[in-house]
Write a protein that binds this ligand. Structure first.
Ligand code: IMP
Length: 193
């Protein structure tokens, strides 16, 4: 089965195709002649994931899916949330985002946070949403060199390692994105039969 995934990020592509397994061939927007930036201007993760999937479906007519992720910090009322990539600046400046997060949490004892991923799938013209959540906490200073984004500041519940101190396999086993993709995979496998 061929399915279009709304990313040109090679890392995400290999992570997702590994979980989906051999029966699926993932296409990228570039493979389908979509070279412009795909709009994501909605105020929620669900809205953005659907906006990206609908855009690709309209452009190509293909079955497709798109994901959107945010870090939701309890003491900050769920921020940075949908603005996680652009928290400190307009770009994807991970170091600046992490500095701002630590500054905004200075003196705060409630460090609870969660990552949430939403995947929107359009299959045979029908829309489906899949969610993956990992609960955890934000520490006081960065630890670890793996991963990306807020990984050096986030410890998932049940352990002492930050995501940036874990191997890709360890992180995938418990992460928001791993969980959402496994739900998508289970659905796609169930209708394939
Ligand atoms: P995206 O929707 O996957 O592009 O994620 C938006 C932003 O959330 C990224 O730019 C990162 O700042 C943050 N983010 C998403 N996933 C992760 C993760 O697994 N670890 C750390 N930060 C993440």
């Amino acid at each position: 089965m061929k399915i279009l995934f709304a990313t040109n990020n090679a890392h995400k592509l290999s992570e997702v195709s590994e979980v989906l397994g051999d029966g699926f061939r993932l296409l990228t927007p570039r493979d389908c002649g979509v070279t412009e930036e795909i709009p994501e201007t909605q105020p929620t993760l669900e809205g953005n994931a659907l906006q990206k999937a609908r855009y690709l479906h309209e452009r190509t007519g293909l079955d497709c899916f798109a994901d959107d992720t945010g870090l939701e910090v309890a003491a900050l009322g769920g921020a940075p949330g949908v603005r996680s990539a652009r928290y400190a600046t307009d770009g994807h400046d991970f170091a600046a985002n992490n500095r701002l997060l630590l500054k905004n949490l200075e003196g705060t004892t409630d460090r609870r946070a969660r990552f949430r991923t939403v995947i929107a799938l359009i299959l045979n013209g029908e829309e489906h949403l899949f969610e993956g959540i990992v609960e955890g906490r934000i520490i006081d200073a960065e630890r670890g060199a793996e991963g990306f984004g807020y990984d050096p500041l986030f410890i998932p519940d049940g352990g002492d390692k930050t995501f940036a101190e874990m191997s890709a396999e360890e992180k995938n086993a418990v992460s928001h994105r791993g969980r959402a993709v496994r739900r998508l995979a289970a659905y796609l496998h169930s209708i394939e039969k």
